[in-house]
Design a protein around this ligand. Structure first.
Ligand SMILES: Cc1ncc(COP(=O)(O)O)c(C=O)c1O
Length: 432
């Protein structure tokens, strides 16, 4: 099977491994190693020797990243160009116009496809643009079952924009398989899952949900933003589509906004490639490069996020001023057993309830090292108030029903020294 990213590289072919779809792009007809003719040099891709058995950390660093064919540069360049010169009518190097194809974006898309165990990846201008692209797989009259605790922006897109186009949505507690089954109707075409959810960190059994959905002819899309492929790879559990806000852990450095969809089925791949070009909400070359740099350190960053968050969750759970701590790694979490089965590490997000808006405000305004800001998944720790920030677009009664109380505070635990984080939190909690 040929990978779109391989297709985008002149002479490149995709070789899928037997046990994972890690691939290497190699010149099908390598030119002479020290070609003097510049044109010839550009016509072959230098081989990247990535074995079929390459493991996750190796894939993160190497997958999709062929040394630059004209210089051998080990880092994929930022191809900051809007068009490509053609040799003659209908004769070009696989690139015609940069909305349609860009080598930096193609490298990132191939990298993300490999690390999520998918067959192809598509990058978009934001996580929301990626979600919107997936929903274009549906038609007016189709119905979607959605995790009730989904990100506020996703809820807004579905309710305020896509309903106008004739799509219908039911929000279900997808931590219960029976609730998913009960919500599926004859016209249901998609199960849209988020696990862990934002900000209450509830989990969905990905294998169970995928089996149940597929038995009813329903495709499964998973927003894997909160976990990242270092923690769980939904395609391994049966999902058809994986979505990311690359703004978060994949980029990891709070300096880029972007989104991605990873797919496995040919029909989805063909449509997403078409719609990415047709709608044009593409990720820029600079942002593609930043995320490509980010995924190289994803495994090691996630290890530290996991360790710091676990320690902070335990500290908060034992703190007399904290009413409730939500973290999949704590035995008190309702899906702790599932988390142990499904996730490798419990992630960097910890939510805590202080019981009232006033107490939450005191904490939010008393931390010094931890920054009060929306977003998550960067190397620096952030603190936020979901009810008035990320979930302000969700109606108040709905927030209450979902457990997004006024006293709920969300921490995106970064990779700073743990002692500095606990010093900051402890001092701030003293003031609550
Ligand atoms: C789980 C989740 N999905 C999607 C998005 C949207 O991503 P973006 O902000 O990159 O559009 C977010 C943003 O916070 C998110 O948390």
């Amino acid at each position: 099977m040929e990978h779109p990213a391989a297709r985008a590289i002149p002479g490149g072919v995709l070789r899928l491994g037997r046990h994972n779809p890690a691939y290497s792009i190699q010149a099908s007809e390598p030119g002479p190693p020290l070609a003097v003719d510049r044109r010839e040099e550009a016509e072959y891709a230098l081989p990247v020797k990535l074995r079929d058995s390459a493991r996750f950390s190796t894939l993160c660093i190497h997958a999709g990243q062929t040394p630059d064919p004209s210089t051998g540069a080990i880092t994929v360049p930022i191809y900051q160009t809007s068009t490509y010169v053609q040799e003659g009518l209908g004769r070009h190097k696989g690139y015609e116009y940069a909305r349609t194809q860009n080598p930096t974006r193609a490298a990132l898309e191939a990298n993300l496809a490999a690390i999520e165990h998918g067959a192809a990846g598509f990058c978009f201008a934001s996580g929301m643009a990626a979600i919107a692209a997936v929903l274009t797989l549906l038609e007016a009259g189709d119905h979607v079952v959605v995790t009730d605790n989904t990100y506020g922006g996703t809820y807004r897109l579905f309710e305020r924009v896509l309903r106008k186009g004739g799509l219908d949505f039911t929000y279900a507690d997808t931590s219960r398989l029976d609730a998913i089954a009960a919500a599926i109707r004859p016209n249901t075409k998609l199960l849209f899952l988020e696990t862990p959810t934002n900000p209450t960190l509830r989990l969905t059994d990905l294998a169970g949900a995928s089996e149940l959905a597929h038995a009813r002819g329903v495709a499964v899309a998973v927003d894997n933003t909160f976990a990242s492929p270092a923690i769980q790879r939904p395609i391994d559990f049966g999902a058809d589509l994986v979505i990311h806000s690359t703004t978060k852990y994949l980029n990891g450095h709070s300096d880029s906004v972007g989104g991605a969809v990873i797919a496995v089925q040919d029909a989805h791949i063909d449509w997403l490639r078409f719609v990415q070009n047709a709608e044009g909400a593409i990720l820029s070359p600079m942002d593609s490069w930043l995320v490509l740099r980010g995924t190289k350190t994803l495994p090691i960053r996630m290890e530290r996020h996991n360790a710091n968050a676990m320690a902070i969750a335990e500290l908060l759970a034992a703190h007399p001023k904290v009413a409730r701590v939500l973290y999949p790694g704590l035995p008190s979490h309702p899906e702790h057993a599932l988390a142990r089965r499904q996730m490798r590490g419990f992630g960097g997000l910890v939510s805590l309830d202080l019981g009232s808006l006033d107490r939450a405000r005191t904490l939010l305004e008393s931390v010094r090292l931890i920054a009060l800001a929306e977003s998550l998944g960067g190397v620096e720790s952030l603190i936020s108030h979901p009810a008035t920030m990320t979930h302000a677009s969700v109606p108040a009664e709905r927030r209450q029903a979902l457990g997004i109380t006024d006293g709920l505070v969300r921490l995106s635990v970064g990779i700073e020294d743990l002692d500095d984080l606990t010093d900051d939190l402890t001092a701030a909690l003293d003031r609550v």
